[in-house]
Ligand binder design. Sequence first.
Ligand SMILES: *Cc1c(COP(=O)(O)O)cnc(C)c1O
Length: 370
Amino acid sequence: MSKTTTFVTQPSLPPLEEFIPYLEKIWENKVLTNCGPFHQQLEEALCNYLGVEHIALFTNGTIALVTALQSLRVTGEVITTPYSFVATSHSLLWNGIKPVFVDIEPDTLNIDPQKIEAAITPQTTAILAVHCYGHPCNVDAIQKIADTYNLKVIYDAAHAFGVKCHCGSVLNHGDLSVLSFHATKVFNTFEGGAIICPDAESKARIDQLKNFGHAGEIDVVAPGINGKLSEFNAALGLLQLEYIDEAIAKRKAIDETYRRRLSAVTGIQCLQDSGELVANYAYFPILVDDSYFLSRDALYDHLKTQGIHPRRYFYPLISEFPMYRGLPSSNPERLPLALNAASQVLCLPIYPDLSLDIVETICRLIAGVR
Ligand SMILES: *Cc1c(COP(=O)(O)O)cnc(C)c1O
């Protein structure tokens, strides 16, 4: 048997021939960017699909995060989670904001609302939370704290495309939510991102900020950036959207297979959802504890020798990287649960085209039947 390599993810692509008519249209129009027709169509289509009122498309999720903070004029200190992809905190540094890390909940691995209050200082202006693996944060508890202390709430919802909680789209919580359409995400436009805005005014300001601060042909009202999504990426998004339900259904079948096969393996814990009504199965994280017969890293290495490449998302913690390590809130003693999760987690391969046979093989390898 020839050995294939299975990575943690593989981007979904629509049939190439179906993309050609979109390209022909672009060549015909000669509109390549600057919020052209495909850009507008994708914003409308995404509002419909996601169940949100206003969306502003971006060139990627990181620029969207940086701009979201700018648009709310967030300054000083922001309370955030160390258990995320590094872009979450980098967006604060790019705004000259000091990240203040607080620990996570052991079951969801999301920021623990009960730890937020103690981290608030007179400099605190916002909370930047992450719906980690697409599992919603405790949005009600976070909003209550924000209301009490007059703080903004921004959700890094890079993992949460299409996720719905008790009151509809999880993206409608907080002041702003940010999506990523990077190649590795559930919905991709090669590169791309978006900000979910609560009203037309906030979208208008964000649209100015992503276009150099232009408010008209000769008016510049803010030191904006270039964060626009191109027509190429927007057109691809429109086509990807036609396949998204099928893609999520395939992810769900993989998720179910892993859960069925791994539930009885001693020392392997499959992360549960956090009560979402509609999930997106973006990741399949397991926690490898001391009662498993190998260490997490030994399992990781073993799977790699067998051509299976899981990823240790999220290890190391953001607070362990050199540009964050010196912060008082990065003290490991204050982040025991995040450190524990980072030392145990392994994200197993999950993507629409992953065959259930390979999933079964991965489960057998983990169960130790070789
Ligand atoms: C992918 C990701 C980002 C960055 O998005 P890009 O589109 O790659 O810039 C930010 N935060 C989290 C949690 C992510 O997973």
